[in-house]
Design a protein around this ligand. Structure first.
Ligand SMILES: *Cc1c(COP(=O)(O)O)cnc(C)c1O
Length: 379
């Protein structure tokens, strides 16, 4: 494995125009939320994902927060999210005074099990006033947030059908899935609105950053407005027409993002090389298998995942400990959200598969070494 993959779980790599753009940024004095790199970065992302509108913001969490608001989620609504996700998905829902409602995972996709969820909603909800109501809490279930685990997209047709049948808004947490496609369509562009993250450990980084993706001009306009303090455009007046947020990405972060995005194809190519290396290294491994994306998906393979066989989940921690002794920073998957202190009392369906997966998933170091990337660059 030495030479291709670095030993940290995921590290940023800068081999392109990062320094040049950052220096331009400083020389121009436009380092804050106004500047040409923000506009450019949004344009690059539109071109790359094929979505109509992109709003660059300070991180993926704020992108989720804004998306939920503009899509129409309100205080006391419930939002369906997978328990197997990063905490940001649940936190963004909580920021609105809405409630996460945790749903089951699918072993093949690592995303939501839409079949089981469909049956669960049939039994536990009813329609009233055109809305899906949780019979137990009497609260409105307003939205569903599929999350593309490690960059792999779940069955989006099934998600769209479920969202349509139960009158749910679909907001995609594609934080991990820049560069992932299903049936030729980019992650984050299947529902009304979707988000990306460019945190330091994602496939490209802006230091800290995120983006809102939507084909709706109306949602885009709203999102842009409330993420820039809801200021009415005027050369000198401070006029704000609602409570806004200061969430716009800065020019410095966007400069980094432009340089990183120029190399996205290279990053993804390296991901496939890393996958190949692991496949070779684990050929004789008798305790589980490397996760492979299902048919119809062209995944970015952001994080490689080793899935232990059910009977070997007892060895998860030993395996992680062993890899750390060898200097390789492998990790267990996130602790399930419904087990975290702030979410223990939340609504949840049966989560047997998610609980099983929690014990079986080991994320392996997944970023290329700088040397390897430079070598690819020269080819
Ligand atoms: C990284 C991530 C986020 C949040 O992104 P930040 O930029 O760190 O705020 C949200 N959801 C998922 C699934 C993530 O992996």
């Amino acid at each position: 494995m030495d030479g291709v993959c670095s030993k940290g779980l995921h590290e940023p790599i800068f081999t392109g125009n990062e320094k040049k753009y950052l220096l331009n940024c400083i020389d121009s004095t436009y380092v804050s939320s106004v500047g040409e790199y923000v506009t450019k970065f949004e344009q690059y992302l539109r071109d790359y994902t094929g979505v109509k509108n992109v709003i660059a913001v300070v991180n993926g969490t704020s992108a989720l927060h804004m998306s939920l608001i503009v899509a129409g989620v309100e205080r006391d609504d419930e939002v369906l999210i997978p328990s197997l996700s990063f905490v940001a998905t649940a936190n963004a829902v909580s920021y609105l005074g809405a409630h996460p409602h945790f749903v089951e995972s699918n072993e093949e996709s690592l995303g939501i099990d839409f079949d089981k969820l469909y049956v669960y909603l049939q039994n536990s909800t009813e329609f009233s006033g055109g809305h899906c109501i949780n019979k137990k809490t009497r609260r409105r279930i307003r939205a569903i947030v599929p999350m593309h685990t490690f960059g792999h997209i779940g069955d989006m047709d099934a998600c769209l059908k479920l969202a349509n049948d139960y009158k749910l808004i679909m907001i995609e947490d594609a934080a991990e899935a820049l560069g992932s496609y299903q049936s030729g369509k980019h992650a984050g562009t299947f529902g009304e609105i979707g988000i990306l993250s460019f945190n330091g450990n994602k496939i490209i980084t802006t230091g800290s950053g995120g983006a809102i993706l939507t084909n709706s001009n109306e949602l885009a306009k709203k999102a842009r407005h409330i993420s820039t303090t809801a200021k009415i455009s005027h050369p000198w007046l401070y006029e704000h027409d609602e409570i806004g947020y200061n969430y716009r990405m800065s020019n410095i972060n966007a400069a980094l993002g432009c340089a990183q995005l120029e190399n996205i194809d290279l990053f993804i190519k390296a991901k496939y090389e890393i996958l190949k290396e692991y496949q070779n290294a684990l050929k004789q491994f008798g305790y589980g298998k490397l996760y492979l994306a299902s048919d119809g998906n062209r995944s970015n393979y952001w994080l490689q995942a080793l899935i232990l066989d059910k009977k070997f989940s007892i060895y998860r921690d030993t395996a992680i400990q062993f890899s750390h002794q060898l200097g390789w920073n492998s990790r267990p998957v996130w602790k399930l959200l419904h087990k975290l202190k702030p979410y223990q009392a939340s609504q949840a369906m049966e989560l047997a598969v998610a609980e099983e997966l929690e014990g079986r998933i080991i994320n392996l170091p997944s970023s290329p070494t700088k040397d390897f990337l430079i070598k690819c660059q020269k080819k």
